[in-house]
Design a protein around this ligand. Structure first.
Ligand SMILES: [Zn+2]
Ligand SMILES: [Zn+2]
Length: 468
């Protein structure tokens, strides 16, 4: 009787399990089918735009801008890329339709207009060596004063917002006084405003900021900083520009670092390089993935998978996976950032446009595209190596992570702590990628003052122990 009961109940159970599995599979296929169709179509369109831009570049500038469509099979390029910090994701994205590439090459040969078409990204190294770096802005980029003013200066530097300690009278004083220095690094498609318009006022209100010289940089290719065309915006490049624009420029012998999102990758690289000078590192919503070979593709597929919905995810997919389509988006948005700004003002009647929107459209396609691939996707690979250096030297690393972060994995802090137990992780309940700072600026400011104060006290203590 018992056996009979078991049989009668197990059959509907297994049937319902099978039905559920089947429904899930069907739903997945139904969702993936339009995905496949749309993104295959975009592959085709991107290939067409590759030719269109080559001809437009040739026509308007006399030389075609290099792209990653056809230089991926050269093994020497791949080795060079590894050495130069170029992401594998640039060459190994979705393969273009082979027939389309053949057709493009056939048309090019037929028209016998190959002049300028052979330019590959290897040319950048050559240009750097021979010092050709003042190329002007690309026709598809904005040429307003704010975007190109750096070209008129002999030794351009990053745009840095400096909030001096109240005891100081001039910038030069930072070289000799006893105030603490803090460097603020923002994430991708952002600027120094991320800190200066949110955290800086709260820090000033608290009255505790008086002892700190605060330096908020606009990263290379972002905000009001230079956006060179002969630069591949690698992790090394970003670190070197911060060194020359902040560390050397203001003679900083010791400093704290705080970074948001992708800026965390740069902050760790800068900290590891200046391990003697760095006193503490605070990472807010860092994109952390344990380092291993091929992690670039794990990162790109995790942070910006090819998705049709929601719209912002679709836009991110286009901007990440399609070199020429993303150039078109930048041509519409970034090249006309001033027009968009005045249009938004007129429509909303607001005096100021949201700084995050403005920052997002104040890049060039070249700077945004390369920073995403070479820092965000590839730079993640360097995080463990740099953390190891810092842990060996007992440097303080603090992580603030929102438990509802949808831009980077919210368990990144915990994973980092699993690998490096000395890292201090604060998981902020219900906070997202930006709200880990926004609307809780005073709490974060309080935590930061505590971190900086503690790390200064412990370094003084270490100094006393070492002297004894
Ligand atoms: Zn191309
Ligand atoms: Zn502009």
């Amino acid at each position: 009787m018992v056996v009979a009961d078991m049989n009668t109940t197990s059959l509907p159970l297994s049937t319902s399990f099978f039905l559920r599995k089947w429904t899930r599979k069907c739903t997945k296929n139904l969702i993936s089918a339009p995905n496949f169709l749309v993104f295959s179509y975009l592959d085709f369109i991107d290939s067409v735009f590759c030719v269109v831009y080559r001809y437009l570049d040739l026509l308007l500038e006399g030389e075609a801008s290099p792209c990653y469509c056809r230089s991926k099979n050269k093994s020497e390029t791949i080795n060079d890329d590894e050495e130069n910090g170029i992401s594998e994701t640039l060459h190994g994205r979705q393969k273009k339709l082979k027939e389309m590439i053949d057709l493009i090459e056939f048309v090019e040969k037929l028209l016998n207009r190959n002049k300028g078409f052979e330019a590959g990204y290897g040319d950048f190294n050559y240009r750097k060596k021979v010092g050709i770096h003042r190329l002007g802005n690309r026709w598809s980029d904005c040429g307003c004063d704010s975007c190109i003013s750096w070209m008129k200066v002999d030794d351009p530097k990053l745009h840095v917002v400096v909030k001096e300690a109240s005891s100081n009278d001039s910038k030069e004083n930072t070289k000799t006084n006893s105030s603490e220095n803090v460097i603020f690094i923002h994430g991708i498609l952002s600027s120094s405003s991320f800190w200066t318009k949110t955290l800086f006022p709260k820090m000033s209100e608290s009255g505790k900021a008086d002892n700190y010289n605060m330096f908020a940089v606009d990263l290379l290719g972002h905000g009001r900083s230079p956006k060179p065309r002969d630069n591949l915006y690698t992790l090394r490049d970003h670190v070197e520009w911060i060194e020359k624009s902040v560390v050397s420029q203001f003679g900083l012998n010791s400093f704290h670092l705080i970074a948001h999102s992708m800026g965390s990758i740069i902050a760790l690289a800068l900290a590891a390089k200046h391990s003697k000078s760095v006193k503490s590192i605070t990472l807010v919503a860092p994109p952390y993935f344990p380092s291993k070979d091929g992690v670039e593709f794990t990162v790109i597929n995790s942070l910006t998978p090819k998705r049709l919905w929601p719209p912002e995810a679709f836009l991110s997919s286009v901007m990440t996976w399609y070199e020429h389509l993303s150039r078109s988006v930048c041509f519409i948005l970034c090249r006309n950032h001033r027009t968009w700004e005045s249009l938004v003002k007129r429509v909303t009647g607001a005096r100021d446009v949201n700084f995050m929107f403005l920052d997002m459209i104040k890049i060039t396609h070249h700077s945004g595209w390369h920073t995403a691939h070479n820092v965000l996707y590839r730079g993640v690979k360097q995080m463990d190596k740099n953390l190891e250096i810092l842990m060996k030297l007992r440097k303080k690393v603090h992580v603030f992570m929102g438990t509802r972060d949808r831009s980077v994995p919210p368990d990144g802090g915990d994973k980092m702590k699993n690998k490096f137990p000395q890292v201090e992780v604060n998981n902020i309940p219900d906070a997202g990628h930006r709200s880990v700072l926004f609307n809780r600026e005073d709490v974060l400011a309080h935590d930061l003052f505590q971190i900086w104060n503690n790390s200064t006290s412990s370094s003084i203590l270490n100094g006393i122990v070492n002297c004894n």
